[in-house]
Write a new protein. Structure first.
Lengths: 533, 167
């Protein structure tokens, strides 16, 4: 985690651990990438579709009239309970679940420091999503025109009347039954359709800068949560209060606390105080990416003399920070990679994808076509060589880790050396070949964030795919797979990781000693030209 | 972990999610207003008299103005503030000078007030001054009402109906 500010760190670290523990527990029961905590945003998006689908069905039966609105909802709830009633309940509970997933999603992204630096755009564009979601929910409750709707109507209009922008108090429209007519419900249904449409647009913008955004949860998880919400709809159907009656006061209501939790605060304090609190909270939320700004490492750089325009970095970048443009250096390739520094999070996944990240290179300096200036591919080779040089056990293991997962430095000993990367996806597969072919270690153990929880979203998946020869750059066939191990471990998994490394060491002991392949003289430190050349 | 244990674990997670959703969707109930009380609600939107009064334009003055712009009475744009007072059972519960809205102070004053009272019989007196008179009120009304528990008793100001209107 990149938090440098002590105050911020004191908030983020406990919150991160508060998530890490349930994440670890849920990893044990959910297969693969199903863990709901790794899919909070996608689950929220999925809830949107459930709410939209059920809402379309409900609209068929909804009548926009002063008395007909309530009657039509009652018809759905009681007469057609088996379909429209279930749909109504599903509509309500899925919208509540959407708020739940959204709140958890915001908290987790904050804990992971996923809101500063290049990620500010997704954070800022999430703010209108919150507002539009709440507006969508409140206008929905208003439509039922029961006692709860009456309470919401009066409190909402009183709340807005605090702002000195209305010539006539809009709450005055709800003091007596004759102040309302059927057109009011036409307006409300328009708002209840328009707000979710704007919400969808806001969600689209929210994901605009994210490559291969996961807006759908895994099918099994989606099916599970849908079944659970359906079961809830059957066990505890959503029901209305008594019909609205403006000639009497609403004394007690069953609030939906997901959407209406602010209303009691208006009663307890005042509309002005709540407006002030909302303004403060909203502005703080919007300013958070710069409170303080992230001191991020330098963004990736392209070295055109080593770039052949292969596009692998473009395809692997999780943040769409790399693009192709026509060649500018006169080389015989059509395109060249170019980095947008505003979008780059310095994860190094691009240098892991670059075919020129080739540690065997001896006839020229080790410079990759694209790499991090603060952690070049030559730096990586040097660190690996230096770490492996310290190994003295009967089996020698090189542990490659990631800065955002289990801290691999804690696991070093005579037979285990560790190198930690900004992301496991930064590891170019030829480096595994290099370590084993040069006899720098007897085995390579790769670790990183827990499965499905990659801090940089795609690094873990690309690493797996490259080693399994499903994605370029492939790990060469000649590399002995029995000398490679992978274990995805979070910040709380040091012990489990140590156990896995121990088992890997035991397995390595059973293998015949590997003879290093002849490869010529080793490269000079720093990736400079070898003296022998 | 055995498959059945994993399914059980997944089911438990879904159960926790729907338990949170199902509970907070309508509980705990919120008590908004005491059941043994009623509400007397006063609402008005009313423009005070023009500040500085009005005068009638002479025929010569009107002649100089385009026909579609001619108005016999010429008033200043700015409005006077409005004084509103309400007394319930001889206790003054509201006495407020309302300033006209708008940057040029030419808009109506607005008021939306609710006063919770115990259910039962109450004497209500209302008074409003919208002119530049120094004493007294331009509109007054008194009444005795029986407020039922939970009743929303509405008082509006409608000068076209003579002032305060009880509902």
């Amino acid at each position: 985690m990149a938090a440098g500010n002590p105050l911020l760190r004191s908030i983020q670290r406990p919150l991160r651990l508060a998530f890490a523990l349930p994440e670890k527990l849920l990893d044990r029961v959910f297969p693969g990438h199903w863990n709901p905590l790794y899919n909070l945003g996608a689950l929220g998006f999925f809830m949107y579709w459930i709410v939209a689908g059920s809402g379309i069905y409900l609209y068929i039966f909804f009548d926009t009239g002063l008395t007909e609105a309530y009657q039509s909802v009652e018809y759905m709830t009681n007469d057609q309970w088996y379909l429209a009633g279930v749909m109504r309940s599903l509509h309500r509970y899925a919208s509540d679940a959407m708020v739940l997933f959204m709140v958890l999603h915001v908290m987790r992204e904050f804990a992971l420091d996923h809101y500063r630096g290049s990620r500010w755009f997704s954070w800022i564009t999430g703010a209108p999503v919150i507002v539009l979601l709440i507006v969508s929910g409140i206008t929905g409750y208003w439509l039922v025109w029961d006692r709860l709707a009456q309470y919401i109507a009066i409190k909402t209009t009183e709340f807005f009347d605090w702002l000195p922008i209305f010539g006539v108090p809009i709450a005055a429209n709800f003091v007596a039954p004759e102040s309302l007519d059927d057109r009011f419900f036409s307006l409300m249904i328009f708002l209840h359709i328009a707000a979710p449409l704007f919400l969808l647009f806001a969600l689209w913008i929210h994901l605009a800068r994210i490559a291969q955004a996961r807006s759908n949860p895994p099918r099994g998880l989606a099916a599970g949560i849908t079944a659970a919400l359906l079961a809830l709809s059957l066990v505890k159907p959503a029901v209305s209060h008594a019909p609205a009656d403006l000639s009497t006061m609403v004394t007690s209501v069953n609030l939906d606390w997901f959407y209406l939790g602010l209303y009691p605060l208006v009663d307890m304090f005042s509309a002005g105080a709540v407006w002030g609190a909302l303004a403060f909270f909203g502005l703080t939320l919007m300013a958070m990416p710069w409170m303080p700004p992230l001191r991020r490492p330098a963004p990736a750089e392209v070295h055109l003399e080593h770039c052949n325009g292969c596009r692998r970095c473009v395809e692997d970048c999780p943040y769409e920070a790399v693009a192709m443009q026509p060649r500018s250096d006169g080389a015989s390739f059509d395109l060249e990679a170019v980095v947008n520094p505003d979008l780059c999070v310095s994860c190094g996944i691009c240098s892991g994808a670059c075919p020129s990240s080739m540690p065997f290179r001896r006839r020229s300096d080790l410079v990759s076509g694209i790499e991090l200036p603060d952690f070049t591919i030559a730096d990586l080779r040097n660190r690996i060589r230096k770490a492996c040089a310290r190994l003295s056990g009967d089996v020698r293991i090189l542990l490659i880790g990631c800065n955002n997962a289990a801290r691999v430095e804690r696991l070093t000993n005579a037979e285990t050396a560790a190198v930690s990367l900004p992301c496991s996806g930064m590891l170019p597969p030829p480096f595994i070949d290099y370590v084993l072919a040069r006899g720098l270690a007897d085995g390579v153990f790769i670790t990183g964030c827990r499965e499905g929880a990659c801090y940089n979203r795609l690094g873990q998946g690309w690493t797996n795919a490259r080693i399994d020869r499903q994605r370029d750059p492939h790990l060469r066939r000649r590399v002995p797979r029995e000398r490679i191990a992978r274990c995805w471990a979070g910040p709380l998994d040091d012990k489990a990781l140590a156990g896995e490394i121990g088992r890997f060491a035991a397995r390595l002991r059973t293998l015949p000693a590997a003879a290093p392949r002849p490869a010529g003289p080793p490269p000079a430190p720093g990736g400079q030209k070898a003296a022998a050349q | 972990m055995r498959p059945y244990a994993r399914y059980l674990g997944q089911g438990s997670v879904y159960l926790v999610i729907v338990a949170i959703v199902g509970t907070l969707a309508d509980t705990p109930a919120y008590r908004n207003f005491p059941e043994d009380q009623g509400m007397i609600r006063l609402t008005l939107s009313h423009g005070g008299k023009p500040k500085g009064g009005c005068r009638t334009q002479s025929a010569e003055e009107l002649e100089k103005i385009a026909p579609n712009m001619r108005r016999k009475r010429l008033c200043s744009r700015e409005r006077l503030p409005v004084l509103v007072e309400m007394t319930i059972d001889d206790r003054r519960v509201l006495s407020r000078v309302l300033q006209p809205t708008g940057i040029r102070k030419d808009g109506p004053v607005r008021l939306y007030e609710g006063i919770a009272v115990a259910a039962g019989r109450h004497r209500i007196s209302l008074a409003l001054r919208d002119s530049d008179r120094a004493k007294g009120f331009d509109y007054e009304r008194r009444t005795v009402v029986d407020i039922r528990p939970g009743q929303n008793f509405v008082i509006r100001f409608r000068p076209e109906f003579g002032g305060f209107v009880f509902k």
